[in-house]
Design a protein around this ligand. Structure first.
Ligand code: SAM
Length: 305
């Protein structure tokens, strides 16, 4: 009601028909009835209308895809104030070098400024849930960074598959080199066929970044985080295939014993060492450093999607 008093128009997305009815009952006959639009459906499936502010106490089991759906929405909203499970919130706002810094943090902070506003202990609710909550403010960056999100996500997934290893070590792994060389050859072949063309699907949606990955799985009801570090086989798409579906091949299972050329190994090492990046660790790299790393690799013809 407070929101309805202040805002010209409030749009609600709600899945539960009982909640929809209750909401309708509460505004019926009030001056606010005309200010409220209720979209009855699954947030992840509905088409969102224009909005400039978002305020939400969300179902925690869709925290990551919901956040990236919001961040992919155009035109971009001004700000969102969202309550998350406390642990998830702390991972969203973690900075390079902090223990909770992860793919989730770097992807979110690529697209938005995020700040932790307040912790809401479980005892503020009746009955108390199992988990504490936190309210986070999200402000999308204007303009959004000029980056191919498929490429970006391929690189970041790979780097965070072993976030405490050096880049030198990550990029020495045979499976990684095989997948990268395959992409490299595909790009070369395509470039030979049509100057400047990359594989199709090179422009990815931001929503790609919300896909389940090595570090953004959370228990719906707030149990322990799954700390599963996924194998590097899910790290990138190969052969120019768009999206994560192609990623399995990077593990080499389908590829068997394909060899990596010395020339390609040398090229990868050169990109890292010439730029003093081989000793960097993902756990301490900012999103600016990941952007620079991606630009250096791409300039050398090395692609992650
Ligand atoms: C205000 S409650 C908060 C729940 C709490 N944060 C948790 O995760 O247990 C979340 C509301 O979102 C609704 N909801 C759940 N899943 C939804 C979805 N996919 N799309 C839209 N609304 C949904 C629920 O019916 C409920 O009214």
């Amino acid at each position: 009601m407070k929101l309805l008093e202040k805002a010209k128009k409030v749009i609600v997305v709600e899945l539960d028909p009982r909640m929809v009815l209750e909401l309708q009952r509460r505004v019926q006959g009030t001056p606010y009835a005309n200010n409220l639009q209720i979209i009855h459906g699954d947030f992840m499936r509905v088409e969102l209308p224009y909005f400039d502010l978002c305020v939400a106490n969300i179902p925690y089991n869709i925290s990551s895809p919901l956040t990236f759906k919001l961040l992919a929405h155009r035109p971009a909203f001004r700000a969102a104030v969202i309550m998350y499970q406390h642990e998830f919130a702390m991972r969203l706002v973690a900075k390079p070098g902090e223990p909770l810094y992860s793919r989730l943090a770097v992807n979110t902070q690529l697209l938005a400024r995020v700040s932790h506003l307040l912790k809401v202990g479980k005892n503020n609710f009746r009955p108390p849930p199992k988990v504490d909550s936190s309210v986070v403010r999200i402000e999308p960056r204007h303009p959004p960074p000029p980056v191919n999100f498929l490429e970006w996500d391929g690189l970041v997934r790979l780097c965070f598959s072993r976030k405490n290893k050096t880049l030198g070590a990550i990029f020495k792994q045979p499976n990684t080199l095989q997948a990268l060389e395959s992409n490299y050859r595909t790009y070369q072949a395509l470039a030979a066929g049509a100057a400047g063309a990359g594989p199709s699907g090179a422009t990815a949606s931001i929503a790609t970044l919300g896909g389940a990955g090595d570090d953004d799985a959370m228990d719906a009801d707030g149990g322990e985080e799954e700390d599963g570090v996924e194998g590097e086989e899910d790290a990138m798409a190969v052969d120019g295939a768009a999206g994560g579906a192609g990623g399995k091949a990077a593990g080499g299972r389908r590829r068997g014993g394909a060899r990596v050329s010395q020339e390609f190994k040398d090229l990868v090492v050169k990109v890292l060492t010439d730029n003093g990046l081989d000793t960097n660790r993902s756990s301490k790299m900012s999103q600016e450093e990941f952007l620079a790393l991606l630009a250096l690799f791409n300039a050398a013809g090395i692609h992650f999607a």
